[in-house]
Design a protein around this ligand. Structure first.
Ligand SMILES: *Cc1c(COP(=O)(O)O)cnc(C)c1O
Length: 406
């Protein structure tokens, strides 16, 4: 007779198979069991036709991978524990000592820090290029260049680059390109088919599309995860091998949280977009504001590229930045941020809560490239899902506090 504690582990009860519900189950495991030694030896995890170990995938993570690949218009997906881990996984898989990676000057900041830190220490060099000038990218591609990062729009300063043109240059020069598609979320445009809106043909987009699922796919502000999507099977296997060797698996509960949010991503994205445009337009009419940076707003840098790629009635994320008039010093803009009640101070975006972050742009950009034309202080807004009229009221009272601040 077994002791009760053994029965807790080896209990014979099995729930009936075939539980049918629309929402997928949550599978969590490190160990995966095999029926016999032959089955253990024969198991293949690379092609999603079996399970070997939790790190290599579970029914829950395989399901999420397939759905993210569908969202991005790709064929295969690798899930990693954060958006930044997706960027790191791509670099580690494709770059070795002696190689060079090119990054847009307005790249997501931690991606540049990775190039300046670990990659540099491993003998991998990097150059920054001006994403608004395709000729600058073209001139910097050399024999050592093995990877070009693309991002649209640029981080914080929101310049929308001629993305199709940049990807076309990479393709022509035989260099792999990887797009950080967190802003577009697979909804504003298709990262693999950048040709739709202008003169380049479909299929001329990026080779690799990554996304911080932390943002809109999660939508809750409660999960950190990243995805790496490809159409090319060989490239996918290369990325997946690095993923396996680095141990970049994701947790079942986190994967389930994203699966739960995904069906509503399009309606959420549209709601964030509409509210952000209302507030961006309202702020553009305020005398305290020198410039609103929002790709879908006329007069924003790269607006014409956004329109060409996403369409006249295209989508945009709920994200924009505001440059205050230069007569307001940092302490008055800080007073504005502190006076906000509904907008909270915090990094990241994509959740229901509206957020702001003040940034010091000149310290974040290389002066020799795109010269930052503004003297005023920049604040980045991430618009959540609150009623946009309430958010507008919050901005109005905080602008009064800005004017009244000493
Ligand atoms: C947030 C973000 C990332 C990183 O995602 P984490 O999950 O926070 O690591 C990468 N790229 C962009 C554009 C982002 O906004």
């Amino acid at each position: 007779m077994s002791k009760p504690v053994t029965d807790l582990i080896h209990h014979p009860y099995q729930p009936p198979a075939g539980f049918a519900a629309p929402q997928p189950g949550v599978f969590k495991a490190s160990t995966v069991l095999f029926a016999n030694v032959a089955a253990m030896r024969a198991r293949d995890w690379k092609h999603k036709n079996g399970y070997t170990y939790g790190l290599h995938g579970t029914p829950t993570t395989f399901t999420l991978e397939e759905r993210i690949a569908a969202l991005e218009g790709g064929a295969e997906c690798v899930l990693v524990p954060s958006g930044l881990a997706a960027i790191a996984n791509v670099g580690m898989a494709l770059l070795k000592s002696g190689d060079e990676v090119l990054l847009p000057d307005n790249v997501y900041g931690p991606s540049r820090a990775l190039a300046e830190g670990e990659f540099k220490a491993w003998g991998i060099t990097h150059q920054l290029y001006d994403p608004m000038k395709p000729a600058d990218l073209e001139a910097r591609i050399g024999p050592k260049t093995k990877l070009v990062w693309l991002e649209a729009p640029g981080s914080v300063t929101m310049e929308f680059p001629p993305l199709a043109h940049l990807a076309h240059i990479c393709r022509q020069r035989g260099v792999l390109s990887a797009l950080d598609n967190t802003w577009g979320a697979g909804l504003a445009f298709n990262g693999f088919d950048l040709g739709r809106g202008d003169r380049f043909t479909p299929g001329s987009g990026a080779d690799i599309v990554v996304q911080a699922l932390t943002k809109y796919p999660s939508g809750g502000g409660d999960v950190l995860m990243g995805s790496i999507v490809t159409r090319d099977e060989k490239l996918h296997q290369q990325l997946k091998l690095t993923h396996m060797r680095m141990g970049f698996g994701v947790g079942g509960n986190d994967a389930e949280a994203v699966l739960r949010s995904l069906p509503s991503i399009a309606v959420r994205y549209r709601a964030h977009d509409a509210a952000a445009r209302q507030l961006a337009r309202w702020l553009a009419g305020r005398e305290e504001v020198a410039q609103v940076l929002h790709p879908a707003l006329e007069g924003s840098p790269g607006h014409e590229h956004w329109r060409a790629l996403c369409g006249e009635d295209g989508l945009a994320a709920g994200l924009f930045s505001v440059v205050f008039h230069e007569r307001y010093p940092v302490r008055q803009v800080d007073a504005f941020c502190d006076a906000l009640k509904l907008f909270k101070l915090g990094y990241s975006w994509g959740g229901p809560l509206s957020l702001v972050v003040p940034y010091d742009i000149p310290s974040m950009r290389s002066a020799q490239l795109a010269t930052w034309p503004h003297k005023g202080v920049l604040v980045r807004f991430s618009v959540g899902l609150e009623d946009p009229d309430d958010l507008q009221g919050d901005l109005a009272q905080a602008l009064a506090a800005l004017r009244a601040a000493p």
